[in-house]
Design a protein around this ligand. Structure first.
Ligand code: 3HC
Length: 311
């Protein structure tokens, strides 16, 4: 049974009124947003690692500059999202400690290895493509700071997706070896990209409440279907084959039917047993430890400055 405050809150949500940091909100709304926004921020920060691996191996200065720009964007997206999480009353150190302790997660997709250059293009094309699919609705989510952060992020994500597709196109239209690399990367990234959208709607523990609160506008399966419908023609244009023998256009529904997702693989990766989970966390913990002297120096400098001002 809703309290008067909760009813008034839900009426604001239903009327499409944005909730701002200073507004009253149910504790569950605050907690769900802290959970989702901080995991989203962690995904941006950890997501830099698979790509960082290829900065020194980029095949041209142009591709290196593009990749550096993309990785820098991801760092910025992380900062926007950590700032959005801070408006809900958590500190950046707190949420970051939860990432480093393994207590909270980041997107499953970043636990897969980038074994060659075609992976870099395929990540832009599929992973950033899926991220855009998921983040466009978030521009309309009910929490003001999150929705506004998403507007800026989505503008940069479209550059990420475009440069990825351009890279894969260069390979798919290149030598037979390059095309084979592009096909191999598609084979390895297709299903993990579909898993990015989360469990099926029936298995999703948060969707019903998140949709009532307009944190989630479209369901996991709806977004996954939009992604498949949009991406299949792009693969066909490149002359690449989607690694799903059950993929078939369904004239009646106007969507592609596709095969079953391996939810056991998803559960294993989310549980920390993916190919790169331990490596990703170790790298982030090392970066945190190695940066301690720098953070301490900044704080010492800030304290001295504020003492001088007081004096
Ligand atoms: N990887 C890891 N965990 C996942 C996941 C994934 N791909 N999909 C779902 N989960 C987790 C959820 O976090 C939840 O676990 P929790 O209670 O411990 O948090 C559990 O699985 C149940 O899933 P639900 O669908 O019930 O959970 P949500 O309602 O939170 O939906 C979501 C999952 C769609 C990912 C939603 O959290 C969301 O939209 N998050 C914001 C966007 C985001 O994080 N995208 C990740 C892509 S990375 C990215 O955008 C960076 C870009 O630069 C590539």
């Amino acid at each position: 049974e809703m309290s008067a405050e909760e009813r008034a809150f839900q009426e604001k949500i239903d009327a499409g009124i944005k909730i701002e940091a200073k507004d009253w909100m149910p504790e569950g709304y605050r907690r769900t947003l802290i959970r989702q926004i901080s995991q989203h921020a962690h995904s941006e920060i950890v997501g830099q690692l698979p790509e960082g691996n290829w900065v020194t191996r980029a095949p041209s200065l142009k591709r290196k500059a593009i990749l550096l720009a993309k990785i820098q964007d991801e760092a910025g997206h992380g900062l926007y999202l950590y700032s959005a999480a801070e408006t809900l009353g958590v500190t950046r150190d707190q949420v970051y400690a939860d990432l480093l302790s393994g207590k909270v997660k980041y997107s499953s997709i970043f636990n897969y290895p980038t074994t060659n250059w075609a992976d870099i293009g395929t990540i832009g094309w599929l992973v950033d493509g899926a991220a855009i699919m998921n983040q466009i609705p978030l521009c309309r989510c009910s929490y003001g700071p999150y929705s506004r952060a998403m507007v800026r992020v989505c503008k940069e994500e479209s550059f990420h997706q475009r440069q990825g597709y351009d890279l894969v196109m260069a390979m798919a239209k290149g030598t037979p070896e390059q095309k084979a690399m592009a096909q191999d990367a598609l084979n390895r990234w297709w299903w993990p990209a579909l898993m990015m959208f989360g469990p099926s709607d029936g298995e999703s523990v948060h969707s019903a409440q998140s949709m009532q609160w307009k944190i989630k506008i479209l369901s996991n399966d709806e977004l996954r279907q939009k992604f498949v419908d949009q991406t299949v023609p792009q693969a066909e244009y490149l002359g690449l084959t989607i690694p799903d023998p059950e993929l078939k256009w369904n004239e009646d529904t106007g969507h592609y039917d596709f095969g079953a997702i391996d939810w056991e693989e998803f559960r294993q990766v989310v549980a920390g047993n993916g190919p790169c989970n331990r490596d990703r966390l170790r790298t982030r913990v090392k970066a945190w430890d190695d940066g301690k002297w720098f953070r301490d120096a900044l704080l010492a400098h800030a304290e001295k400055k504020s003492e001088r001002q007081v004096a």
